[in-house]
Design a protein around this ligand. Structure first.
Ligand code: DGY
Length: 329
C-alpha cells in the first residue's frame, strides 16, 4: 500500500481482527458507541474511508451504496449478509466479504440447546421459581417430551444445519430428514439423512430446525399455512433469521396448539418487545440472537473479517467472498 488505506469499523469487534489490521498498516476509525450507527452517520463517516468493516445491524442499502460507491471493499462480520444489497454492491463492483464456517459450532450449540430447553419447558419453569411458584413435586405437572429416536427436519442443510444434525444424531439417535434447494449427497451419506420435499419435511418432523439464509424465497416461508401442516407435537427451532417465520402466525399456531413449541434465537424485529406473547408461553424459549456468541467464534469472525480486507489489498481477492462477479475484469 503506498498510502495507508482507511477502514471504518462500525462496531467494537474483538481485538484480534483490529490488531491484524493495524499491524498490516491500515488506518482505522472505530465507532466508539455501543449502538449501531444511524444510516446518516454511516454514510457521513464512510465518505472519508476506502474500506468498511461492518455487521448485520448496519443497513448497507441501495441508498447507502449509491452514496458510498467509492468504497473499495465491504467486509461483513457475520455469516449472514441480508442487511446488504448484494446485487447493488456487485453492480458497483464492490466486493463483499463474510465470515462463514467459524461460527457453525457455536450456532449449532444454540439450536441444540433451544431444542432441549423447549422440549422440557426450561425457560418457563425457571420463571416459575423466580415468581415463587415452585410449590410441591407435581406427578402430572410440568411435563415435557423426550427426543430419543425422534425425527429431526433440517430446513437448509449448510454448515450449521449439518452440525445441528450431527449433534441430534449422536445424542438422541434422531432420524435426519432435510429440505434444501439441492440435495447434498455427501452429507446425506455421512448423516444417513434423506432429502424430502418441503411438504414432507413439515409433515414428518418432530423437531424442525431452520438453518437457511434469508432471501426473497425464504422470507415468511414458515407461516400459518406451513405450521398447519406440521404435527401438533412438533417443535419449531429458528436460529437463522427471524423473518423466515411469520411471528403472528407462529403465535397463532402455538396458541391454537397447531404445533407444540418453539425455540428462537432470532426474531423479527430484533430486539423483541418485552410484552411479546411468545415470552410468556410455556413451551417457548427465546434468546436474544446469540448464536455466534462464544469467545472462540467471535474472535475467529473478527480475524476472518480482517483477513478479508488485508488479502483484498494484498492479492486483489478475498478468502471469503460473497459476490465473485464484483471482481471480474
Ligand atoms: C451471523 O453471523 O449471521 C449471525 O447471525 C451473527 O451472530
Amino acid at each position: 500500500m503506498d498510502k495507508p488505506k482507511k477502514v471504518l469499523v462500525s462496531r467494537q469487534f474483538p481485538d484480534i481482527g483490529i490488531q491484524l489490521l493495524e499491524e498490516a498498516g491500515f488506518e482505522l476509525t472505530i465507532w466508539p458507541k455501543d449502538r449501531p450507527m444511524y444510516p446518516s452517520e454511516l454514510i457521513a463517516l464512510s465518505r472519508d474511508h476506502q474500506a468498511l468493516l461492518c455487521t448485520l445491524s448496519d443497513m448497507i442499502s441501495k441508498e447507502f451504496l449509491e452514496k458510498c460507491c467509492h468504497l473499495e471493499i465491504i467486509s461483513q462480520f457475520a455469516v449472514g449478509y441480508d442487511n446488504i444489497d448484494v446485487a447493488e454492491a456487485t453492480r458497483l463492483r464492490i466486493p463483499i466479504g463474510f465470515t462463514p464456517d467459524v461460527m457453525s459450532e457455536a450456532t449449532a450449540d444454540i439450536a441444540f440447546g433451544l431444542m432441549i430447553a423447549t422440549a422440557r419447558k426450561m425457560f418457563f419453569l425457571h420463571k416459575t421459581i423466580l415468581k415463587g411458584e415452585w410449590g410441591y413435586f407435581k406427578p402430572r405437572g410440568n411435563l415435557g417430551m423426550e427426543l430419543m429416536g425422534k425425527t429431526l427436519g433440517i430446513f437448509g442443510l449448510g454448515r450449521i444445519g449439518m452440525k445441528m444434525a450431527q449433534r441430534c444424531k449422536n445424542a438422541y439417535g434422531m432420524k435426519i430428514i432435510y429440505h434444501s434447494r439441492r440435495p447434498n449427497p455427501g452429507t446425506e451419506k455421512e448423516l444417513d439423512a434423506s432429502w424430502v420435499s418441503f411438504e414432507e419435511l413439515l409433515a414428518r418432523s418432530d423437531v424442525l430446525s431452520v438453518h437457511s439464509v434469508l432471501s426473497h424465497e425464504t422470507r415468511g416461508r414458515f407461516n400459518w399455512e406451513t405450521f398447519r401442516q406440521m404435527k401438533p407435537t412438533a417443535i419449531f427451532i429458528n436460529t437463522a433469521r427471524g423473518a423466515i417465520h411469520n411471528e403472528t402466525d407462529l403465535i397463532e399456531a402455538l396458541s391454537s396448539k397447531q404445533i407444540w413449541g418453539a425455540g428462537l434465537d432470532v426474531t423479527d424485529p430484533e430486539p423483541m418487545a418485552r410484552e411479546n406473547p411468545l415470552l410468556s408461553m410455556e413451551t417457548v424459549c427465546v434468546l436474544p440472537h446469540v448464536g455466534s456468541g462464544t469467545v472462540e467464534a467471535r474472535n475467529a469472525m473478527s480475524s476472518v473479517a480482517a483477513e478479508n480486507i488485508i488479502e483484498f489489498y494484498r492479492t486483489g481477492t478475498l478468502p471469503y467472498l460473497v459476490n465473485p462477479p464484483a471482481l471480474e475484469k
